[in-house]
Design a protein around this ligand. Structure first.
Ligand code: AMP
Length: 119
Protein backbone atom coordinates (compact mmCIF):
# COMPACT_ATOMS: atom_id res chain seq x y z
CA UNK A 1 0.00 0.00 0.00
CA UNK A 2 1.39 3.40 -0.96
CA UNK A 3 1.52 6.08 1.71
CA UNK A 4 -1.19 8.73 1.31
CA UNK A 5 0.22 12.12 2.31
CA UNK A 6 -3.29 13.41 2.87
CA UNK A 7 -4.18 10.96 5.62
CA UNK A 8 -5.40 12.65 8.79
CA UNK A 9 -2.30 11.88 10.86
CA UNK A 10 -0.03 13.30 8.14
CA UNK A 11 -2.11 16.48 8.36
CA UNK A 12 -1.73 16.52 12.15
CA UNK A 13 2.05 16.12 11.78
CA UNK A 14 2.09 19.10 9.40
CA UNK A 15 -0.07 21.08 11.88
CA UNK A 16 -2.76 21.45 9.22
CA UNK A 17 -5.34 20.17 11.68
CA UNK A 18 -5.11 20.38 15.46
CA UNK A 19 -4.58 17.65 17.99
CA UNK A 20 -4.63 17.46 21.76
CA UNK A 21 -0.91 16.93 22.19
CA UNK A 22 0.55 14.81 24.99
CA UNK A 23 4.19 14.57 23.93
CA UNK A 24 6.44 15.41 21.00
CA UNK A 25 10.08 14.96 20.12
CA UNK A 26 12.08 14.60 16.92
CA UNK A 27 10.85 11.04 16.40
CA UNK A 28 7.23 10.96 17.44
CA UNK A 29 4.05 12.82 18.28
CA UNK A 30 1.54 11.62 20.87
CA UNK A 31 -1.99 12.98 21.21
CA UNK A 32 -5.33 12.03 22.68
CA UNK A 33 -7.62 9.91 20.51
CA UNK A 34 -10.62 11.93 19.34
CA UNK A 35 -12.97 9.03 20.12
CA UNK A 36 -11.59 7.44 23.30
CA UNK A 37 -12.18 3.74 23.85
CA UNK A 38 -10.90 3.90 27.45
CA UNK A 39 -10.46 6.62 30.12
CA UNK A 40 -6.91 7.10 28.85
CA UNK A 41 -6.56 6.69 25.07
CA UNK A 42 -3.49 8.15 23.43
CA UNK A 43 -2.12 7.67 19.93
CA UNK A 44 1.62 7.73 19.24
CA UNK A 45 2.76 8.22 15.66
CA UNK A 46 6.24 8.28 14.16
CA UNK A 47 7.51 11.29 12.22
CA UNK A 48 7.80 9.85 8.74
CA UNK A 49 5.75 8.24 6.03
CA UNK A 50 4.91 4.71 7.20
CA UNK A 51 1.59 3.04 6.57
CA UNK A 52 1.79 0.46 9.37
CA UNK A 53 4.17 -1.54 11.56
CA UNK A 54 5.73 -3.76 8.88
CA UNK A 55 6.30 -0.79 6.58
CA UNK A 56 7.93 1.10 9.47
CA UNK A 57 10.23 -1.77 10.41
CA UNK A 58 11.23 -2.28 6.76
CA UNK A 59 11.93 1.37 5.93
CA UNK A 60 12.69 3.39 9.07
CA UNK A 61 16.23 4.01 10.30
CA UNK A 62 17.40 2.25 13.44
CA UNK A 63 17.54 5.66 15.12
CA UNK A 64 13.90 6.36 14.31
CA UNK A 65 12.76 2.88 15.34
CA UNK A 66 14.48 3.27 18.69
CA UNK A 67 13.39 6.89 19.14
CA UNK A 68 9.77 6.05 18.36
CA UNK A 69 9.66 3.21 20.88
CA UNK A 70 11.37 5.37 23.50
CA UNK A 71 8.77 8.09 22.88
CA UNK A 72 5.99 5.57 23.58
CA UNK A 73 7.78 4.63 26.79
CA UNK A 74 8.11 8.29 27.83
CA UNK A 75 4.36 8.83 27.44
CA UNK A 76 3.64 5.73 29.54
CA UNK A 77 6.06 6.93 32.22
CA UNK A 78 4.92 10.55 32.23
CA UNK A 79 1.29 9.53 32.66
CA UNK A 80 2.33 7.00 35.33
CA UNK A 81 0.47 4.16 33.63
CA UNK A 82 2.82 1.37 34.69
CA UNK A 83 1.35 0.91 38.15
CA UNK A 84 -2.22 0.08 37.16
CA UNK A 85 -1.29 -1.17 33.69
CA UNK A 86 -1.94 -0.27 30.09
CA UNK A 87 -2.53 -1.86 26.69
CA UNK A 88 -0.31 -1.06 23.72
CA UNK A 89 -1.83 -2.04 20.38
CA UNK A 90 -1.39 -1.22 16.72
CA UNK A 91 -4.02 -2.15 14.17
CA UNK A 92 -2.36 -3.06 10.88
CA UNK A 93 -4.41 -3.55 7.74
CA UNK A 94 -7.97 -4.45 6.93
CA UNK A 95 -8.57 -7.44 9.19
CA UNK A 96 -7.29 -5.48 12.18
CA UNK A 97 -9.62 -2.60 11.37
CA UNK A 98 -6.94 0.00 10.70
CA UNK A 99 -8.73 3.19 9.67
CA UNK A 100 -5.80 5.61 9.34
CA UNK A 101 -2.92 4.40 7.16
CA UNK A 102 -0.11 6.07 9.12
CA UNK A 103 1.48 3.82 11.73
CA UNK A 104 0.06 4.48 15.17
CA UNK A 105 0.14 2.77 18.51
CA UNK A 106 -2.83 3.08 20.82
CA UNK A 107 -2.06 3.41 24.53
CA UNK A 108 -5.18 2.37 26.44
CA UNK A 109 -5.48 2.57 30.20
CA UNK A 110 -7.49 3.82 33.14
CA UNK A 111 -9.80 0.87 33.72
CA UNK A 112 -9.87 -2.91 33.39
CA UNK A 113 -9.69 -3.29 29.61
CA UNK A 114 -11.27 -6.74 29.26
CA UNK A 115 -10.48 -9.29 26.57
CA UNK A 116 -8.26 -8.56 23.64
CA UNK A 117 -10.40 -9.44 20.62
CA UNK A 118 -13.99 -9.42 19.47
CA UNK A 119 -15.79 -7.20 21.94
P1 AMP B 1 -7.24 2.64 13.94
O1 AMP B 1 -8.72 2.35 13.82
O2 AMP B 1 -6.49 1.63 14.71
O3 AMP B 1 -6.64 2.95 12.58
O4 AMP B 1 -7.15 3.97 14.83
C1 AMP B 1 -7.38 5.24 14.32
C2 AMP B 1 -7.75 6.08 15.50
O5 AMP B 1 -7.62 7.43 15.14
C3 AMP B 1 -9.19 5.90 16.00
O6 AMP B 1 -9.18 5.46 17.34
C4 AMP B 1 -9.80 7.30 15.85
O7 AMP B 1 -10.68 7.63 16.89
C5 AMP B 1 -8.56 8.16 15.86
N1 AMP B 1 -8.68 9.46 15.19
C6 AMP B 1 -9.17 9.70 13.95
N2 AMP B 1 -9.08 11.01 13.66
C7 AMP B 1 -8.50 11.60 14.73
C8 AMP B 1 -8.11 12.94 15.06
N3 AMP B 1 -8.33 13.95 14.20
N4 AMP B 1 -7.54 13.18 16.26
C9 AMP B 1 -7.34 12.18 17.12
N5 AMP B 1 -7.66 10.90 16.88
C10 AMP B 1 -8.24 10.60 15.70
Amino acid sequence: MAYDRNNIFAKILRSEIPCNKVYEDQYALAFYDISPAAPVHILVIPKGEFTAFSDFMAKASSELILGFHKAITKVIQELKLETSGYRLVSNCGEDAGQTVAHLHFHILAGESLGGLVGQ
